[in-house]
Ligand binder design. Structure first.
Ligand SMILES: Cc1ncc(COP(=O)(O)O)c(C=O)c1O
Length: 469
């Protein structure tokens, strides 16, 4: 029988190692290294328990769009919690902040969006969207139209359906996934996927042809939806090639296949417009939003449901009875109040415009300073999202032999220099997605600190004999 030991004498690190299961963490390594405990945040800066400051160039997990420490959001949370900390939205119940938020989101969203079904995370909102697609097919008398096509390297979350949509083997291996209804087509990756000499337009046409062939092979009567991030985030920050969504959408229309735009990262200004769909001419039937909706101050997500789908739900509502889906915390009033305050800040401080202008500066600054570096194969991005891809050899685009990743080494040295930049789970890539409050001076701090981390990593690679570049 195990005896429960008292824990009051243990340090935070020891407590963590005893009891805390860290998501997306190398579990055995963590028992050696322990946690890095973050205690405070202000603007683009965070501080750890030892007082070390870091410029958080990832905005947490691509989510703190308004930056840290905004009192307006904290006060909105406090006021709502005092007045009504919780009430649900089942059985026609509602709360004022969540109703006002739904109205505001529909007015902000691209044309065609009609209703907001709230959730708690990007993953659960994508699961909701999968279920809505299936529900829609069933109501239309097409019960076999169930397959969802996603893209390799796309990231859509970790719950059973959304991890299946995610196109990263790490999320499938050993988890008995993906579910049988999911298929993956090629990632739209102009750096590695586009043959040399081919134009971006031709590459887009080739990707649309692959999608068309996949739908025909599977049988259009079995394919219900296609899901895509406007700019692929965690799978490598892949900006779509020119004409990509213009080539994809007619294929979907021809085969009566719905389009789900996963705007979890791209939404709420990151690309320099409110939504990525507006930049790339995407006309979604469903949208997934989370992250920037509350800037991560409290969890909240939503599925935005297009009028086309809503009309079918309404037509059949008397046959189906009550809609059988929703979470205890759907439309949580405290989260809705936080989202309203967050949207006020995005609007009043013109942060979407800032993402466009400072984003353009940041993109050119990083390219000017680092595009010629022998360890860097490609720098890409738009607005305030960027991917830096590392290679062992620029001419051949050869990657380092796995399991080594230069991105992990560079990010370790960046961290020591006081910069958080995120090595991604697929490829050898570091991502940047700083708060949208970023100033030009802070963009320069990122470039300086990245330069410092990159130089240290380059020296270490050369002196270890691992790399002769
Ligand atoms: C595009 C996209 N969709 C969905 C998700 C899943 O969101 P969550 O981690 O809130 O479940 C993420 C998370 O990074 C994401 O980037």
């Amino acid at each position: 029988m195990s005896v429960i030991q008292p824990t009051h004498n243990l340090s935070l690190a020891e407590l963590d190692k005893r009891s805390f299961f860290h998501p997306f963490t190398a579990l055995a390594d963590h028992l050696e290294t322990g946690p890095r405990v973050i205690t405070e945040g202000e603007g683009v800066w965070v501080k750890d328990e030892h007082g070390q400051r870091y410029l958080d160039a990832v905005a947490g997990l691509w989510c703190v769009n308004i930056g840290y420490g905004r009192r307006e959001v904290a006060e909105a949370i406090y006021e709502q919690a005092k007045k009504l900390a919780y009430f649900h939205s089942f059985s026609s119940m509602g709360t004022e902040p969540s109703i006002r938020l739904a109205d505001r989101l529909i007015r902000l969203a691209p044309a065609g969006m009609s209703k907001v079904l709230f959730g708690c995370s990007g993953s659960d909102a994508n699961d909701t969207n999968v279920k809505l697609v299936w529900y829609y097919s069933n109501l239309r008398g097409k019960p076999d139209k169930v397959k969802i096509i996603a893209r390799k390297q796309g990231y859509h979350g970790v719950t059973v359906a959304s991890a299946s949509l995610t196109g990263l083997p790490m999320l499938h291996r050993s988890f008995h996934l993906p579910i049988p209804e999911v298929r993956h087509v090629s990632c739209a990756d102009p750096y590695r996927g586009k043959p040399d000499g081919m134009s971006e337009l031709d590459y887009s046409a080739a990707l649309a042809k692959e999608l068309d062939e996949t739908i025909r092979r599977e049988g259009p009567d079995t394919v219900a939806a296609f899901i895509a991030e406007p700019v692929m985030g965690a799978g490598g920050v892949h900006v779509p090639p020119e004409g990509y969504f213009q080539a994809i959408q007619p294929v979907l229309k021809e085969h009566d296949v719905l389009l789900i735009a996963d705007e979890v990262i791209c939404g709420f200004g990151r690309l320099g417009q409110w939504f990525g769909s507006q930049i790339y001419g995407i006309e979604p039937d469903l949208m997934t939003i989370a992250k920037g909706l509350t800037s991560g101050y409290v969890p909240m997500s939503a599925s935005l449901v297009g009028e086309k789908i809503w009309q079918v739900l309404i037509e059949h509502a008397h046959e189906t009875g009550p809609f059988g889906h929703g979470y205890t915390y759907s439309a949580h009033p405290v989260a809705a109040a936080a989202a309203m305050a967050n949207l006020d800040i995005l609007e009043q401080d013109q942060l979407v415009r800032n993402a466009e202008t400072v984003g353009a500066y940041f993109q050119s600054l990083m390219r000017e300073r680092f595009a010629g570096h022998p360890l860097i194969g490609n720098i890409r991005g738009i607005g305030l999202i960027m991917g830096v891809e590392f290679v062992a050899e620029r001419a051949s685009k050869a990657a380092f032999p796995l399991p080594f990743k230069a991105a992990a080494l560079v990010s370790k040295h960046c961290l020591a220099a006081g910069l958080m930049a995120r090595p991604l789970p697929g490829g050898d890539i570091i991502a940047f997605s700083p708060p949208l409050t970023l100033t030009m001076a802070e963009a320069e701090v990122i470039a300086d600190k990245f330069g410092e981390g990159l130089a240290k990593a380059t020296d270490e690679l050369r002196s270890s004999g691992r790399w002769a570049g």
